[in-house]
Design a protein around this ligand. Structure first.
Ligand code: AMP
Ligand code: MG
Length: 509
């Protein structure tokens, strides 16, 4: 299935690229794990955005990424020296149903670059053309969804949530056909590895257990080396995957992030947020909020995410039973998730509340708060941010206005706030110190759908306006500092305006 690589002229490459050291670990695996192939060139690419933070992470001067040769490279039009492009095969459970073959249908792994700190970051082009795993699709991505992935990757990283990163976003006027005609784009993603639960499912379900073992050994050696020394390396590894997944999803819940399509092929082995599609951040709190309109039954609703994380672990767990040789021990390793999640969500929520200590009754306090927030659809981000302004000794309810006014049922909030104050007094909480701590975990700015939508409309030049990427750039800058006040950007912290009330997110991307 190998296709020849396109001729590559080294002279096309900016000097900074030539100097990049590569470590292409995945490409050293046997060819049964992937197909080597080149990206499909994208005509007349233009630069939409660069993440300077991501560039610096891998030691590339951001200015280099703004050169035309870099734009061409990240459009898939020529290869940086050292790249060995390939697309990998995987399977997965989609909405609970096993799908025997998926794979990188529109992703080309270029290889891994070694950052100045010695860490390896794989670079992957998303949207750079068909691969043997494209099934009936076109291998492309549209500008709309690519802007969302680009911005959210970098926003999540700034929030401290484990995630794949985004280095560049390039566009092209090449038409791409979805519900309507849209234009094409390529996001260059970065991660230590793009391995998914689904990679292991593929080799298990196809009865290729030797390759399954090879892949697990690769993953352990490269990304979980500490598990090598355990008495049962495969079990230790699964346990670590379970722990990372638990901490990841607890963090999602805390920032009000909904992935939207938590299929097992979208679950990162490293516990990273992966594959940004119809994701959303919670506006008014609705525990049952569903952010993708193709998720009719709410399988991936906000409140379901923790359970689905566990369910997905059973997919990879089942797949590696041939390696562990022990179903019960495998289950026990996966079930570490449950305790880890409880611990992680407890820590997240106590930090959000500004509690410095842990007490048994905290769970009930949190539970009641979520009920009242849900009943009142209190804005998730604004509530937590403004809660830091509550003063323990305030006696006039009007003093609580910045949070209290988010609740139509003021009495319900007052009752909860009385208990919260009592709890804060028990640990002699100091207002200013607590507020400073809270503002380091409760962001002021998240990528609300309406913000992304406004940037998309300008970037596309909707309604005949000239194409304008300035809003993508501005949003990126704001979201890279989500915990800073940035008063000049107060508008970006507002709940959705009326025009955004009916925004529907489709899976098509
Ligand atoms: P997703 O729902 O985006 O996680 O994708 C599920 C599967 O479909 C993956 O194997 C993707 O690579 C593939 N896929 C999604 N969109 C496209 C596309 N436009 N072209 C080719 N493959 C795609
Ligand atoms: Mg996917």
């Amino acid at each position: 299935m190998n296709s020849p690589l396109p001729p590559f002229a080294a002279t096309d490459s900016p000097a900074a690229f030539k100097a990049l050291p590569w470590h292409n670990g995945f490409a050293r695996l046997p060819e049964s794990f992937y197909t080597r192939l080149a990206p499909t060139p994208l005509p007349d690419p233009y630069l939409v955005a660069v993440s300077d933070a991501a560039a610096e992470t891998i030691g590339l001067p951001p200015v280099e990424l703004r050169r035309p040769q870099a734009v061409a490279a990240f459009a898939g039009n020529h290869l940086p020296p050292g790249a060995e492009p390939l697309s990998s095969v995987y399977a997965g459970h989609q909405f609970g149903v096993y799908v025997p073959q998926l794979g990188d249908g529109r992703a080309h792994l270029l290889g891994g670059v070694v950052a100045p700190d010695g860490r390896v970051w794989e670079l992957q082009l998303k949207g750079a053309g068909k691969t043997p795993y494209s099934r009936f699709a076109d291998g492309r991505a549209v500008l709309r969804s690519s802007i969302r992935e680009f911005l959210c990757s970098e926003a999540m990283a700034a929030l401290g949530v484990p995630t794949t990163r985004a280095l560049t976003l390039v566009g092209s006027d090449t038409p791409v056909f979805r519900e309507t005609v849209e234009s094409a784009a390529v996001v260059t993603r970065m991660a230590p590895s793009f391995l998914r639960f689904g990679h292991f499912e593929f080799f298990y379900w196809h009865n290729r257990h030797e390759e399954l073992r090879r892949l697990a050994d690769y993953a352990i050696d490269e990304f979980f080396p500490e598990c090598r020394d355990a008495s049962q390396p495969y079990l230790a590894w699964l346990e670590e995957v379970a722990r990372r997944s638990a901490r990841l999803i607890a963090h999602w819940q805390a920032v009000g992030f909904m992935h939207g399509v938590m299929n097992s092929d979208n679950m990162s082995l490293l516990g990273l947020t992966l594959d940004y599609g119809p994701f959303g951040f919670m506006d008014g709190f609705d525990a049952n909020h569903i952010c993708s309109h193709s998720d009719e039954h709410g399988r991936y609703a906000y409140a379901m995410q923790p359970k689905i994380g566990h369910w997905n672990l059973y997919c990879i767990g089942q797949a590696v039973v041939p390696l562990t040789g022990d179903v019960q021990a495998t289950q026990a390793a996966l079930d570490v998730y449950l305790g880890e999640y409880e611990t992680a969500i407890g820590e997240q929520m106590r930090a959000k509340l500004g509690l410095a200590t842990a007490r048994d009754a905290d769970d009930a306090l949190i539970e009641r708060l979520l009920e009242v927030m849900h009943a009142n659809r209190a804005d998730w981000t604004i509530f937590w941010r403004n809660l830091a302004r509550l003063r323990v000794d305030a006696t006039d309810p009007a003093d609580d206005a910045p949070v209290r006014d988010l609740f139509a049922d003021r009495a319900a909030f007052d009752a909860w706030a009385a208990d919260y104050r009592a709890r804060l007094k028990r640990e002699a909480s100091m207002d200013a110190e607590r507020a400073a701590r809270m503002n380091r975990v409760n962001p002021k700015f998240v990528l609300r759908n309406y913000l992304a939508e406004a940037a998309i409309r300008k970037a596309r030049g909707d309604d005949g306006a000239p194409r304008d990427f300035g809003e993508v750039e501005r949003l990126l800058a704001v979201l890279r500092r989500p915990f800073d006040e940035q008063p000049e950007f107060d508008d970006y912290a507002k709940p959705p305006p009326d025009w955004a009330a009916g925004l529907q997110l489709s899976c098509s991307s």
